[in-house]
Design a protein around this ligand. Structure first.
Ligand code: SF4
Length: 494
Protein backbone atom coordinates (compact mmCIF):
# COMPACT_ATOMS: atom_id res chain seq x y z
CA UNK A 1 0.00 0.00 0.00
CA UNK A 2 1.44 3.35 -1.05
CA UNK A 3 1.51 6.40 1.16
CA UNK A 4 -1.34 8.49 -0.31
CA UNK A 5 0.04 11.64 1.31
CA UNK A 6 3.65 11.10 0.35
CA UNK A 7 3.54 13.83 -2.27
CA UNK A 8 2.38 16.30 0.39
CA UNK A 9 5.37 15.49 2.58
CA UNK A 10 8.11 15.39 -0.03
CA UNK A 11 8.98 17.64 -2.96
CA UNK A 12 10.04 16.31 -6.30
CA UNK A 13 13.83 16.28 -6.60
CA UNK A 14 15.60 15.33 -9.80
CA UNK A 15 19.00 13.71 -9.77
CA UNK A 16 21.75 16.27 -9.05
CA UNK A 17 24.06 17.13 -11.93
CA UNK A 18 27.78 17.79 -11.91
CA UNK A 19 28.89 21.46 -12.25
CA UNK A 20 28.83 22.55 -15.88
CA UNK A 21 32.54 23.43 -16.07
CA UNK A 22 33.37 19.95 -14.82
CA UNK A 23 30.97 18.37 -17.35
CA UNK A 24 32.54 20.25 -20.22
CA UNK A 25 35.97 18.89 -19.27
CA UNK A 26 35.07 15.27 -19.99
CA UNK A 27 32.54 13.04 -21.78
CA UNK A 28 31.15 11.32 -18.73
CA UNK A 29 27.45 11.36 -17.85
CA UNK A 30 26.19 14.69 -16.60
CA UNK A 31 24.74 13.39 -13.33
CA UNK A 32 26.67 13.50 -10.05
CA UNK A 33 27.69 10.29 -8.33
CA UNK A 34 26.14 10.04 -4.86
CA UNK A 35 27.05 7.58 -2.17
CA UNK A 36 24.96 4.43 -2.39
CA UNK A 37 23.29 5.27 0.90
CA UNK A 38 22.40 8.85 -0.07
CA UNK A 39 21.22 7.83 -3.52
CA UNK A 40 18.98 5.06 -2.27
CA UNK A 41 17.54 7.18 0.52
CA UNK A 42 16.78 10.08 -1.83
CA UNK A 43 15.17 7.81 -4.40
CA UNK A 44 13.10 5.98 -1.77
CA UNK A 45 11.73 9.37 -0.77
CA UNK A 46 10.90 10.18 -4.38
CA UNK A 47 9.16 6.83 -4.82
CA UNK A 48 7.12 7.58 -1.68
CA UNK A 49 5.45 10.44 -3.56
CA UNK A 50 3.56 7.90 -5.69
CA UNK A 51 -0.12 7.62 -4.74
CA UNK A 52 -0.73 4.17 -6.28
CA UNK A 53 -3.57 5.67 -8.31
CA UNK A 54 -6.70 3.66 -9.03
CA UNK A 55 -6.15 4.50 -12.70
CA UNK A 56 -2.37 4.93 -13.01
CA UNK A 57 -2.00 7.02 -16.15
CA UNK A 58 1.79 6.59 -15.85
CA UNK A 59 1.51 3.10 -17.30
CA UNK A 60 -1.84 3.02 -18.99
CA UNK A 61 -3.68 5.05 -21.57
CA UNK A 62 -2.26 6.82 -24.59
CA UNK A 63 0.24 8.95 -22.64
CA UNK A 64 1.77 6.35 -20.36
CA UNK A 65 4.63 3.90 -20.69
CA UNK A 66 4.31 1.75 -23.86
CA UNK A 67 6.13 -1.07 -22.07
CA UNK A 68 3.41 -1.15 -19.43
CA UNK A 69 6.03 -0.75 -16.70
CA UNK A 70 4.35 -1.53 -13.37
CA UNK A 71 5.34 1.84 -11.98
CA UNK A 72 3.19 2.14 -8.84
CA UNK A 73 4.21 -1.39 -7.82
CA UNK A 74 7.94 -0.78 -7.98
CA UNK A 75 7.57 2.70 -6.52
CA UNK A 76 6.02 1.11 -3.47
CA UNK A 77 8.74 -1.55 -3.27
CA UNK A 78 11.46 1.10 -3.46
CA UNK A 79 9.71 3.17 -0.80
CA UNK A 80 9.96 0.12 1.46
CA UNK A 81 13.56 -0.64 0.52
CA UNK A 82 12.60 -3.85 -1.31
CA UNK A 83 15.09 -3.32 -4.12
CA UNK A 84 15.36 -6.90 -5.34
CA UNK A 85 11.60 -7.24 -5.66
CA UNK A 86 11.52 -3.89 -7.46
CA UNK A 87 14.23 -5.12 -9.81
CA UNK A 88 12.24 -8.24 -10.65
CA UNK A 89 9.08 -6.24 -11.22
CA UNK A 90 10.87 -3.73 -13.45
CA UNK A 91 12.68 -6.35 -15.51
CA UNK A 92 9.40 -8.20 -15.98
CA UNK A 93 8.34 -5.54 -18.47
CA UNK A 94 11.58 -3.92 -19.58
CA UNK A 95 14.72 -5.68 -20.80
CA UNK A 96 16.89 -2.59 -20.47
CA UNK A 97 15.66 -0.22 -17.74
CA UNK A 98 19.07 1.44 -17.56
CA UNK A 99 18.62 2.60 -21.18
CA UNK A 100 15.16 4.00 -20.62
CA UNK A 101 16.13 5.39 -17.19
CA UNK A 102 18.89 7.41 -18.83
CA UNK A 103 17.49 8.17 -22.28
CA UNK A 104 13.72 8.10 -22.33
CA UNK A 105 11.92 11.48 -22.17
CA UNK A 106 9.50 9.75 -19.81
CA UNK A 107 5.98 9.76 -21.21
CA UNK A 108 5.17 8.07 -17.87
CA UNK A 109 5.95 11.32 -16.07
CA UNK A 110 3.85 13.25 -18.57
CA UNK A 111 0.95 10.93 -17.76
CA UNK A 112 1.50 10.91 -13.96
CA UNK A 113 -1.57 12.15 -12.11
CA UNK A 114 0.63 14.43 -9.99
CA UNK A 115 1.55 16.31 -13.18
CA UNK A 116 -1.95 17.79 -13.36
CA UNK A 117 -1.57 20.45 -10.73
CA UNK A 118 1.48 22.65 -10.05
CA UNK A 119 0.39 22.58 -6.40
CA UNK A 120 1.09 18.85 -6.31
CA UNK A 121 4.79 19.54 -6.82
CA UNK A 122 5.15 17.84 -10.18
CA UNK A 123 5.10 14.28 -11.42
CA UNK A 124 6.73 11.47 -9.49
CA UNK A 125 10.41 11.31 -10.55
CA UNK A 126 9.73 7.96 -12.22
CA UNK A 127 12.74 8.04 -14.51
CA UNK A 128 15.09 8.59 -11.58
CA UNK A 129 13.51 5.74 -9.65
CA UNK A 130 13.75 3.46 -12.68
CA UNK A 131 17.39 4.24 -13.33
CA UNK A 132 18.28 3.71 -9.68
CA UNK A 133 16.52 0.34 -9.56
CA UNK A 134 18.57 -0.65 -12.60
CA UNK A 135 21.84 0.47 -11.01
CA UNK A 136 21.04 -1.24 -7.71
CA UNK A 137 20.26 -4.38 -9.72
CA UNK A 138 23.69 -4.42 -11.34
CA UNK A 139 25.49 -3.58 -8.09
CA UNK A 140 23.81 -6.45 -6.25
CA UNK A 141 23.85 -9.09 -8.98
CA UNK A 142 20.10 -9.04 -9.38
CA UNK A 143 20.92 -8.95 -13.09
CA UNK A 144 22.40 -12.23 -14.25
CA UNK A 145 22.21 -14.42 -17.36
CA UNK A 146 18.75 -15.96 -17.65
CA UNK A 147 19.53 -18.90 -19.85
CA UNK A 148 16.81 -21.00 -21.37
CA UNK A 149 16.56 -24.64 -20.34
CA UNK A 150 14.81 -25.50 -23.57
CA UNK A 151 16.32 -25.36 -27.02
CA UNK A 152 13.81 -25.24 -29.81
CA UNK A 153 16.31 -25.86 -32.59
CA UNK A 154 14.93 -22.81 -34.42
CA UNK A 155 17.32 -20.18 -35.72
CA UNK A 156 16.51 -16.47 -35.85
CA UNK A 157 18.53 -13.67 -37.45
CA UNK A 158 18.10 -10.17 -36.08
CA UNK A 159 19.38 -7.50 -38.46
CA UNK A 160 20.38 -4.39 -36.54
CA UNK A 161 21.60 -4.06 -32.97
CA UNK A 162 19.86 -0.95 -31.65
CA UNK A 163 17.43 -1.19 -28.73
CA UNK A 164 14.65 -2.83 -30.76
CA UNK A 165 16.92 -5.53 -32.16
CA UNK A 166 18.54 -6.18 -28.79
CA UNK A 167 15.18 -6.48 -27.03
CA UNK A 168 13.89 -8.89 -29.68
CA UNK A 169 17.11 -10.91 -29.53
CA UNK A 170 17.09 -11.22 -25.75
CA UNK A 171 13.46 -12.29 -25.63
CA UNK A 172 13.90 -14.87 -28.39
CA UNK A 173 17.11 -16.26 -26.89
CA UNK A 174 15.37 -16.66 -23.55
CA UNK A 175 12.55 -18.49 -25.35
CA UNK A 176 15.09 -21.10 -26.41
CA UNK A 177 15.80 -20.07 -29.98
CA UNK A 178 19.28 -19.75 -31.45
CA UNK A 179 19.60 -16.04 -32.16
CA UNK A 180 22.27 -14.21 -34.13
CA UNK A 181 22.37 -10.41 -34.26
CA UNK A 182 23.97 -8.88 -37.35
CA UNK A 183 25.43 -5.38 -37.22
CA UNK A 184 27.01 -3.71 -40.24
CA UNK A 185 29.06 -1.36 -38.07
CA UNK A 186 32.17 -2.39 -36.18
CA UNK A 187 30.54 -2.46 -32.75
CA UNK A 188 27.18 -3.59 -31.41
CA UNK A 189 24.58 -1.09 -30.26
CA UNK A 190 23.27 0.90 -33.23
CA UNK A 191 22.10 4.32 -32.09
CA UNK A 192 22.93 3.42 -28.49
CA UNK A 193 26.56 3.07 -29.55
CA UNK A 194 27.13 5.72 -32.17
CA UNK A 195 24.09 8.02 -31.98
CA UNK A 196 23.79 8.71 -28.26
CA UNK A 197 26.67 10.73 -26.79
CA UNK A 198 28.61 9.39 -23.85
CA UNK A 199 27.44 12.27 -21.65
CA UNK A 200 23.90 10.88 -21.89
CA UNK A 201 24.78 7.22 -21.47
CA UNK A 202 28.27 5.86 -21.04
CA UNK A 203 29.11 2.95 -23.34
CA UNK A 204 30.04 0.79 -20.35
CA UNK A 205 26.31 0.72 -19.56
CA UNK A 206 25.64 -0.82 -22.96
CA UNK A 207 28.61 -3.18 -22.76
CA UNK A 208 27.60 -4.73 -19.44
CA UNK A 209 24.15 -5.52 -20.86
CA UNK A 210 25.69 -7.02 -23.99
CA UNK A 211 27.79 -9.20 -21.69
CA UNK A 212 24.63 -10.54 -20.09
CA UNK A 213 23.15 -11.26 -23.54
CA UNK A 214 26.28 -13.10 -24.68
CA UNK A 215 26.23 -15.19 -21.52
CA UNK A 216 22.61 -16.07 -22.23
CA UNK A 217 23.61 -17.34 -25.66
CA UNK A 218 22.84 -14.54 -28.10
CA UNK A 219 25.46 -14.43 -30.84
CA UNK A 220 26.70 -11.17 -32.35
CA UNK A 221 28.34 -10.61 -35.71
CA UNK A 222 29.73 -7.15 -36.49
CA UNK A 223 30.98 -5.66 -39.72
CA UNK A 224 28.44 -7.62 -41.73
CA UNK A 225 25.87 -5.90 -43.91
CA UNK A 226 23.14 -8.45 -44.50
CA UNK A 227 22.21 -8.44 -48.17
CA UNK A 228 25.83 -7.67 -49.13
CA UNK A 229 28.29 -9.56 -46.92
CA UNK A 230 25.69 -12.23 -46.19
CA UNK A 231 23.48 -12.84 -49.20
CA UNK A 232 19.72 -12.95 -48.91
CA UNK A 233 19.83 -16.56 -50.11
CA UNK A 234 22.20 -17.54 -47.32
CA UNK A 235 20.11 -15.59 -44.82
CA UNK A 236 16.99 -17.43 -45.89
CA UNK A 237 18.74 -20.79 -45.93
CA UNK A 238 20.35 -20.29 -42.54
CA UNK A 239 17.43 -19.03 -40.47
CA UNK A 240 13.84 -19.97 -39.74
CA UNK A 241 12.85 -16.34 -39.18
CA UNK A 242 14.34 -12.90 -39.66
CA UNK A 243 13.74 -9.72 -37.64
CA UNK A 244 14.50 -6.41 -39.31
CA UNK A 245 15.52 -3.81 -36.75
CA UNK A 246 17.51 -1.62 -39.08
CA UNK A 247 16.42 1.76 -37.70
CA UNK A 248 15.28 4.84 -39.57
CA UNK A 249 18.56 6.61 -40.13
CA UNK A 250 17.85 8.40 -43.41
CA UNK A 251 18.32 11.98 -42.23
CA UNK A 252 16.07 14.72 -43.56
CA UNK A 253 18.06 17.11 -45.71
CA UNK A 254 17.10 20.50 -47.14
CA UNK A 255 18.81 20.94 -50.45
CA UNK A 256 16.64 23.97 -51.22
CA UNK A 257 18.68 26.19 -48.89
CA UNK A 258 21.17 28.13 -51.03
CA UNK A 259 24.71 27.12 -50.09
CA UNK A 260 23.72 23.66 -48.80
CA UNK A 261 26.53 22.20 -50.91
CA UNK A 262 29.24 24.19 -49.12
CA UNK A 263 31.97 22.38 -47.27
CA UNK A 264 31.16 22.43 -43.56
CA UNK A 265 27.39 21.93 -43.97
CA UNK A 266 26.74 18.44 -42.61
CA UNK A 267 24.01 16.11 -41.51
CA UNK A 268 23.78 15.65 -37.73
CA UNK A 269 24.73 11.98 -37.80
CA UNK A 270 27.87 12.81 -39.78
CA UNK A 271 28.93 14.73 -36.68
CA UNK A 272 27.67 12.40 -33.94
CA UNK A 273 28.94 9.06 -35.24
CA UNK A 274 32.64 9.95 -35.54
CA UNK A 275 32.46 11.89 -32.27
CA UNK A 276 31.24 8.74 -30.54
CA UNK A 277 33.89 6.68 -32.30
CA UNK A 278 36.54 9.07 -31.01
CA UNK A 279 35.26 8.56 -27.46
CA UNK A 280 35.55 4.81 -28.11
CA UNK A 281 39.24 5.35 -28.89
CA UNK A 282 39.10 5.27 -32.68
CA UNK A 283 41.08 8.47 -33.22
CA UNK A 284 40.12 12.09 -33.86
CA UNK A 285 36.81 12.88 -35.51
CA UNK A 286 37.21 14.35 -39.00
CA UNK A 287 34.20 16.59 -38.29
CA UNK A 288 35.14 18.16 -34.99
CA UNK A 289 33.63 21.44 -33.79
CA UNK A 290 36.89 22.49 -32.12
CA UNK A 291 37.61 26.17 -32.70
CA UNK A 292 34.49 26.63 -34.84
CA UNK A 293 31.31 28.63 -34.78
CA UNK A 294 28.64 25.94 -34.91
CA UNK A 295 25.05 26.38 -36.09
CA UNK A 296 22.58 23.56 -35.46
CA UNK A 297 19.37 23.55 -37.45
CA UNK A 298 16.64 21.69 -35.58
CA UNK A 299 15.44 21.87 -31.99
CA UNK A 300 14.94 18.21 -31.11
CA UNK A 301 16.88 15.47 -29.33
CA UNK A 302 19.40 14.97 -32.12
CA UNK A 303 20.09 18.71 -32.24
CA UNK A 304 20.67 18.73 -28.49
CA UNK A 305 23.08 15.79 -28.84
CA UNK A 306 25.06 17.74 -31.46
CA UNK A 307 24.94 20.78 -29.15
CA UNK A 308 26.48 18.99 -26.17
CA UNK A 309 29.00 17.24 -28.42
CA UNK A 310 30.10 20.49 -30.06
CA UNK A 311 30.60 22.27 -26.74
CA UNK A 312 32.72 19.39 -25.45
CA UNK A 313 34.77 19.40 -28.63
CA UNK A 314 35.71 23.03 -27.90
CA UNK A 315 33.46 25.00 -30.25
CA UNK A 316 33.92 28.79 -30.22
CA UNK A 317 30.14 29.19 -30.20
CA UNK A 318 27.10 26.93 -30.54
CA UNK A 319 23.73 28.22 -31.68
CA UNK A 320 20.68 25.99 -32.11
CA UNK A 321 17.89 27.19 -34.36
CA UNK A 322 14.21 26.28 -34.29
CA UNK A 323 11.46 27.31 -36.70
CA UNK A 324 8.87 27.34 -33.95
CA UNK A 325 8.40 30.12 -31.38
CA UNK A 326 9.76 29.48 -27.92
CA UNK A 327 7.25 27.25 -26.09
CA UNK A 328 6.03 28.10 -22.60
CA UNK A 329 8.00 26.69 -19.67
CA UNK A 330 4.81 25.45 -18.01
CA UNK A 331 2.25 23.08 -19.50
CA UNK A 332 -0.09 24.89 -21.89
CA UNK A 333 -3.37 23.08 -21.41
CA UNK A 334 -5.09 24.81 -24.31
CA UNK A 335 -2.66 23.18 -26.72
CA UNK A 336 -1.99 19.92 -24.94
CA UNK A 337 -4.24 19.07 -22.02
CA UNK A 338 -3.06 16.46 -19.54
CA UNK A 339 -2.23 13.62 -20.00
CA UNK A 340 -1.14 14.26 -23.59
CA UNK A 341 2.44 15.19 -24.38
CA UNK A 342 2.86 18.78 -23.13
CA UNK A 343 3.59 21.73 -25.38
CA UNK A 344 6.47 22.93 -23.27
CA UNK A 345 10.05 24.14 -23.65
CA UNK A 346 12.28 21.08 -23.53
CA UNK A 347 15.62 21.92 -22.03
CA UNK A 348 18.39 19.36 -22.11
CA UNK A 349 21.41 19.39 -19.80
CA UNK A 350 23.51 20.45 -22.80
CA UNK A 351 21.59 23.73 -22.97
CA UNK A 352 22.66 24.62 -19.43
CA UNK A 353 26.33 24.33 -20.28
CA UNK A 354 27.03 26.86 -23.03
CA UNK A 355 25.68 28.21 -26.27
CA UNK A 356 22.42 29.80 -27.33
CA UNK A 357 19.04 28.83 -28.71
CA UNK A 358 17.13 30.94 -31.21
CA UNK A 359 13.45 30.37 -31.89
CA UNK A 360 11.15 31.33 -34.78
CA UNK A 361 14.07 31.60 -37.18
CA UNK A 362 15.05 29.79 -40.33
CA UNK A 363 18.19 29.67 -42.43
CA UNK A 364 17.73 31.71 -45.58
CA UNK A 365 21.12 30.75 -46.96
CA UNK A 366 24.58 29.46 -46.14
CA UNK A 367 27.33 31.89 -47.11
CA UNK A 368 30.63 30.55 -48.35
CA UNK A 369 34.20 31.65 -48.90
CA UNK A 370 35.76 31.58 -52.34
CA UNK A 371 37.16 28.14 -51.57
CA UNK A 372 33.64 26.76 -51.09
CA UNK A 373 33.71 26.58 -47.29
CA UNK A 374 30.81 27.86 -45.22
CA UNK A 375 31.63 31.01 -43.23
CA UNK A 376 28.18 32.31 -42.17
CA UNK A 377 24.45 31.67 -42.16
CA UNK A 378 21.76 34.20 -42.97
CA UNK A 379 18.64 33.92 -40.82
CA UNK A 380 15.12 35.22 -41.16
CA UNK A 381 12.45 35.42 -38.52
CA UNK A 382 9.62 33.10 -39.50
CA UNK A 383 6.35 31.59 -38.44
CA UNK A 384 5.07 28.11 -39.10
CA UNK A 385 1.61 27.87 -40.65
CA UNK A 386 -0.52 25.16 -42.26
CA UNK A 387 -1.62 25.62 -45.85
CA UNK A 388 -5.10 24.72 -47.10
CA UNK A 389 -4.03 21.06 -47.39
CA UNK A 390 -2.71 20.99 -43.84
CA UNK A 391 0.89 20.97 -44.96
CA UNK A 392 3.45 22.69 -42.79
CA UNK A 393 4.81 25.93 -44.24
CA UNK A 394 7.60 28.11 -42.87
CA UNK A 395 7.05 31.72 -43.96
CA UNK A 396 9.13 34.82 -43.22
CA UNK A 397 7.56 37.51 -41.04
CA UNK A 398 9.90 40.34 -42.02
CA UNK A 399 12.52 41.27 -44.59
CA UNK A 400 15.19 41.65 -41.92
CA UNK A 401 18.11 39.25 -42.31
CA UNK A 402 20.54 38.39 -39.53
CA UNK A 403 23.97 36.99 -40.30
CA UNK A 404 25.81 34.71 -37.88
CA UNK A 405 29.37 33.38 -38.25
CA UNK A 406 29.41 29.67 -39.06
CA UNK A 407 32.26 27.24 -39.71
CA UNK A 408 30.20 24.09 -39.14
CA UNK A 409 26.46 23.79 -39.79
CA UNK A 410 24.63 20.66 -38.66
CA UNK A 411 21.23 19.66 -40.03
CA UNK A 412 19.21 17.94 -37.31
CA UNK A 413 15.76 18.35 -38.82
CA UNK A 414 14.50 14.83 -38.45
CA UNK A 415 14.65 11.46 -40.14
CA UNK A 416 12.78 10.32 -43.22
CA UNK A 417 12.78 6.61 -42.64
CA UNK A 418 14.80 3.52 -43.45
CA UNK A 419 17.99 3.89 -45.43
CA UNK A 420 17.90 2.33 -48.88
CA UNK A 421 19.78 -0.94 -48.60
CA UNK A 422 20.28 -3.98 -50.84
CA UNK A 423 18.70 -6.25 -48.22
CA UNK A 424 15.22 -4.83 -48.72
CA UNK A 425 15.34 -5.26 -52.50
CA UNK A 426 16.64 -8.79 -52.05
CA UNK A 427 13.74 -9.62 -49.76
CA UNK A 428 11.25 -7.94 -52.10
CA UNK A 429 10.21 -5.41 -49.47
CA UNK A 430 9.05 -1.94 -50.52
CA UNK A 431 8.98 1.00 -48.16
CA UNK A 432 5.76 2.71 -47.16
CA UNK A 433 5.01 6.33 -48.08
CA UNK A 434 6.49 7.25 -44.70
CA UNK A 435 9.73 5.56 -45.63
CA UNK A 436 9.24 2.76 -43.12
CA UNK A 437 8.79 -1.02 -43.44
CA UNK A 438 5.15 -1.96 -43.14
CA UNK A 439 3.77 -5.06 -41.49
CA UNK A 440 0.59 -6.96 -40.90
CA UNK A 441 -1.02 -7.24 -37.50
CA UNK A 442 1.60 -9.81 -36.44
CA UNK A 443 4.64 -7.67 -37.37
CA UNK A 444 5.34 -9.83 -40.42
CA UNK A 445 6.38 -7.93 -43.53
CA UNK A 446 5.34 -8.74 -47.08
CA UNK A 447 8.23 -11.22 -47.10
CA UNK A 448 7.07 -14.43 -45.35
CA UNK A 449 8.98 -15.18 -42.18
CA UNK A 450 10.52 -11.70 -42.10
CA UNK A 451 9.37 -9.44 -39.27
CA UNK A 452 10.04 -5.80 -38.47
CA UNK A 453 10.21 -3.68 -35.32
CA UNK A 454 11.48 -0.42 -33.89
CA UNK A 455 12.21 2.75 -35.82
CA UNK A 456 12.31 0.79 -39.09
CA UNK A 457 8.63 0.09 -38.53
CA UNK A 458 7.49 3.07 -36.50
CA UNK A 459 9.73 5.82 -37.85
CA UNK A 460 12.23 7.62 -35.62
CA UNK A 461 10.87 7.39 -32.10
CA UNK A 462 11.73 6.88 -28.45
CA UNK A 463 13.99 4.18 -27.03
CA UNK A 464 11.08 2.94 -24.93
CA UNK A 465 9.01 2.34 -28.05
CA UNK A 466 11.91 0.49 -29.66
CA UNK A 467 12.16 -1.88 -26.69
CA UNK A 468 8.39 -2.34 -26.60
CA UNK A 469 8.25 -3.19 -30.31
CA UNK A 470 11.25 -5.51 -29.93
CA UNK A 471 9.45 -7.40 -27.17
CA UNK A 472 6.27 -7.66 -29.20
CA UNK A 473 8.01 -8.80 -32.36
CA UNK A 474 9.67 -11.53 -30.29
CA UNK A 475 6.21 -12.70 -29.26
CA UNK A 476 5.16 -12.74 -32.92
CA UNK A 477 8.25 -14.64 -34.08
CA UNK A 478 7.97 -17.14 -31.25
CA UNK A 479 4.30 -17.71 -32.19
CA UNK A 480 5.29 -18.09 -35.84
CA UNK A 481 7.92 -20.69 -35.03
CA UNK A 482 6.16 -22.61 -32.25
CA UNK A 483 2.44 -22.11 -32.93
CA UNK A 484 1.94 -20.12 -29.70
CA UNK A 485 3.99 -17.93 -27.38
CA UNK A 486 4.09 -17.07 -23.71
CA UNK A 487 6.34 -14.09 -24.29
CA UNK A 488 4.85 -10.69 -23.37
CA UNK A 489 3.25 -8.64 -26.11
CA UNK A 490 3.02 -5.04 -24.89
CA UNK A 491 2.21 -3.18 -28.12
CA UNK A 492 0.60 -3.81 -31.47
CA UNK A 493 1.50 -2.58 -34.95
CA UNK A 494 -0.14 0.71 -35.91
FE1 SF4 B 1 2.13 7.02 -8.97
FE2 SF4 B 1 1.94 9.06 -10.77
FE3 SF4 B 1 1.54 6.53 -11.53
FE4 SF4 B 1 -0.26 7.75 -9.93
S1 SF4 B 1 0.22 8.28 -12.05
S2 SF4 B 1 0.51 5.62 -9.74
S3 SF4 B 1 1.11 9.02 -8.67
S4 SF4 B 1 3.48 7.41 -10.74
Amino acid sequence: MADPKGFLKYSRADAPKRPTDERLGDWREVYAALSTEDRNEQVSTQAARCMDCGIPFCHSGSAGCPLGNLIPEWNNMVRRGQWEAASDRLHATNNFPEFTGKLCPAPCETGCVLAISPDAGGAVAIKRVEETIAEVSWENDYVFPRTSEEHTGKRVAVVGSGPAGLAAAQQLTRAGHEVTVYERDDRIGGLLRYGIPEFKMEKSVLDRRLGQMRDEGTKFITGCEVGVDLTVEDLRAGYDAVVLAVGALRGRDDTTIPGRELDGVRMAMEHLVPANKEVEGDGPSPISAEGKHVIILGGGDTGADCYGTATRQGALSVTQLDNYPQPPTERDDDRSPWPTWPYILRTYPAHEEAGERKFAVSIESFVGDEDGTVRAVRLRHVQVIRDENGRRQVVPVSDAVEELPCDLALLAIGFEGVEHMPLLGGLGIELTKRGTIGSGSNWETTAPGVFVCGDAHRGASLVVWAIAEGRSVAHAVDSHLMGASELPNPVHPT
